[in-house]
Design a binder for this molecule. Sequence first.
Ligand code: UFG
Length: 342
Amino acid sequence: MNKLVLVTGGTGYIGSHTVVELMNEGFDIVIIDNLSNSEKSVLDGISEITGRRPYFEQFDLCDKERVHNFFKIYRKVSAVIHFAAYKAVGESVEKPLMYYQNNLISLLNLLQAMEDFKVHQLVFSSSGTVYGEPDELPVTENSPVKKATSPYGNTKQISEEIISDTIKSGYELNAISLRYFNPIGAHHSALIGELPRGVPNNLVPFITQTAYGIRDQLKVFGDDYNTPDGFAIRDYINVVDLAKAHVISIKRLLEKKNKTNFEVFNLGTGKGSSVMEVIDSFQKVTGVKLNYKIVGRRAGDTEAIYANTDLSEKELGWKAGIGLNETLQSAWEWEKQYQNNS
Ligand code: UFG
């Protein structure tokens, strides 16, 4: 019989790609999502790709009673992947209480219900942002977790601490925290992808929307960084590669291959690319000329960060496989498909 995995935030960007990869591997899926930053039509894309429809429950994880009742009904859940959270760095600076409230209360409710109903396996969606501005590159899982530069980043740090403290208390929980670098791209079918609400904050959706003509001009934030070409460097990781790491993590937990009760892994490519390298690649692979302008630095931005992925390679047997060009092409195919059909 297929194992049932609960994916919170499963209609979101990384969540939906992960649901597809889990279903392709024979897992049954139940999604909890309040649709605050996603659309129900994502379920159609998932069904079209996999030939199956995940169970879907629409409610807010901050509602403790609903979370409890969910586990009462779905007795067969054997593992949880927790994606559901607010994720915009800038917005979190403006609305810190909303971020702490949502991201932390939802995790607490989930952990409590998991304990009550004896669900012991958790994969947590964390972020490379926990390293702040690193002293050394690439960052390893042992690099210091520095003071967070935003309430959003702080919620990821605190969430990891909550999970770790819970485990230390003796509560029977096995958790894997996956620290993502910069997820980009879309499923090769172009049936699911990133769906930013309003003006995108992130580089790649802004690029694809500019290329499509929805935005007039891309602003490139800063050309005076202490990097080879002066532009900020990030580790851009393909979202399908990222999704596959979640499947491996779930299997690792269910097959009891984890080495400790709380493992942490970086998920990146191990290679940094500058903003201008991303723009150049996009123009080269798509043949679309981008209208961009170099402006001042964006407040709060890190100069350069990319991951050391030795641990995830060794322990998870996982390595990013899809390159930047192909990933940017997939983001473009998704943008065109989505805009043409909406
Ligand atoms: N950038 C531009 N123009 C834009 C948007 C971004 O030049 O319109 C630049 C940024 O200044 C930065 C790079 O592109 O140098 C990447 O920026 P993103 O906004 O795409 O991503 P961030 O690295 O700022 O943040 C991402 C996620 C966060 C996560 C963080 C972890 O959005 O959720 O990575 O490092 F916390």
